[in-house]
Design a protein around this ligand. Structure first.
Ligand SMILES: Cc1cc2nc3c(=O)[nH]c(=O)nc-3n(C[C@H](O)[C@H](O)[C@H](O)COP(=O)(O)OP(=O)(O)OC[C@H]3O[C@@H](n4cnc5c(N)ncnc54)[C@H](O)[C@@H]3O)c2cc1C
Length: 398
């Protein structure tokens, strides 16, 4: 027998948990399924901006104290450092803090909130296919279930996305490769030679590919070092792993060849124009909703998960076309302008770095550090620095 739900949420990361949280407790049957059981590993820098804290409060009713107690929050600082080719460009402090969480604990907390609200959690269920027209979801092992609406929140390698028949070549063209490792502090081979309390952003230079950047973040067990870059840009045929090892050398990590590298794709300018079809709505990385300048994805996963849930509420009342229309409307008013304008800014900066040198980027980060921090934290829009007020849809707490 095929079990049926009002809404089936595939993938229990931040996007799926946010969607389930908005929908559960409204008299609806909501299933939140994931191939893994939480806490599960997730490759991520774990940086949360101020707008993410606001979204967590709004959607989940969670505050900083909850994150510290149960959500893996281990560090908070307003400080940041910008580096170009390993040389410090700017050291600053934003008006608000950047928070750092351990993703396994953070994601587990979000899922536990959705379950406490009434969502049925189904761990250990991997989606093998989805029919956008009927809402039928096929699981690995042969089981099937159905949703009057399905929210596809199964990450960058989404299986549910296949049901939309998207242009895979275009999707891959704008996909970044990302590598990240957490290195214990120490002096030996493969160890990170200094403690890191302030997040560092590295741009330019042979070690960090064009249209991409590197980072060194505080981590729960030692600094987290990562790079991401558009696969098609600036690699000059070089292996991405070799580029990463160069970055580790630049940072002073001795004999990095022995470090076990871990990679994951990052949507980097490929937000889908049509993320809804029939009974299926895609949210988070599955829909490509990641900010393409700094690669911030957690906030956009929460926001699009909540928006997809609001749209599903609309669709349960008024039909599939109404759901797609409401999702499109919410995205157009909130997420899309940020993604569009941060993408424009990115190409201006990368073009300038490649063709003019580091001058423009130096000028930009030095002349406008406060504005840059305000854009990242969500106080100002990437769209011409306008004041930013976020808008939420139906069912998202006030
Ligand atoms: C190296 C790296 C560093 C990053 N650092 C940051 C950062 O510091 N700050 C930030 O804001 N963003 C960061 N991001 C981006 C951020 O991690 C993602 O944008 C965010 O996790 C997206 O959330 P999501 O819920 O859409 O997907 P995910 O968090 O990927 O969750 C998807 C869920 O779906 C499940 N799933 C996958 N396939 C299936 C299937 N077939 N069936 C069932 N379940 C499935 C997975 O187990 C997972 O639980 C980083 C990304 C990378 C790669």
């Amino acid at each position: 027998m095929v079990k049926s739900y009002d809404v089936l949420v595939a993938g229990a990361g931040p996007a799926g948990a946010a969607a389930a949280m908005v929908l559960a407790g409204r008299g609806l049957s909501v299933a939140l399924l994931d191939r893994a059981a939480h806490p599960r590993p997730k490759l991520c820098g774990g940086l949360l901006t101020a707008k993410t804290l606001e979204a967590l409060a709004r959607i989940f009713g969670l505050g900083e104290a909850d994150l510290s107690a149960r959500g893996g929050l281990f560090h908070s600082t307003p400080e940041y450092i910008f580096l170009h080719q390993g040389r410090e460009l700017l050291r600053g402090a934003a008006a608000e803090s950047f928070r750092f969480v351990s993703r396994p604990d953070f994601d587990a907390l979000l899922v536990s909130c959705a379950v406490a609200r009434g969502a049925e959690h189904l761990p250990g269920r991997a989606v093998a296919g989805c029919d956008a027209g009927t809402g039928l979801v096929r699981l690995e092992g042969g089981e099937q279930c159905r949703g009057r609406f399905v929210i596809g929140a199964d990450g960058a390698n989404s299986v549910t996305r296949r049901a939309l028949g998207i242009d895979r070549v275009a999707w891959r063209r704008n996909l970044a490769a990302a590598i990240e490792v957490e290195l214990p502090n120490g002096r030996g081979p493969g160890l990170f030679p200094r403690a890191v309390r302030t997040p560092e952003l590295h741009v330019g230079g042979p070690s960090v590919p064009g249209a991409g950047y590197g980072w060194v973040f505080p981590g729960p067990n030692g600094p987290k070092v990562g790079i991401c870059g558009l696969r098609r840009e600036g690699r000059h045929g070089r292996d991405f792993g070799a580029i990463f090892l160069d970055f580790l050398r630049l940072l002073g990590v001795p004999e990095p060849e022995g470090v076990a590298l871990r990679g994951h794709p990052l949507p980097y300018g490929n937000a889908l124009a049509e993320p809804a079809q029939g009974r299926l709505l895609l949210a988070g990385d599955a829909g490509g909703f990641v900010e393409p300048l700094f690669g911030e994805g957690i906030f956009y996963a929460l926001a699009t998960g909540a928006h997809a849930a609001s749209a599903a509420l609309c669709g349960l009342r008024d039909g599939e076309a109404a759901a797609a229309c409401e999702y499109g409307r919410l995205l157009a008013r909130t997420v899309r302008p940020e993604l569009l304008w941060s993408d424009r800014l990115r190409w201006c900066l990368f073009w300038a770095m490649r063709n003019i040198g580091s001058g423009p980027i130096r000028g930009f980060v030095k002349s406008a550090p406060a504005a840059l921090a305000e854009m990242v934290h969500g106080r100002r829009s990437f769209r011409l620095l306008g004041r930013k007020e976020w808008e939420w849809g139906e069912g998202v707490g006030g």
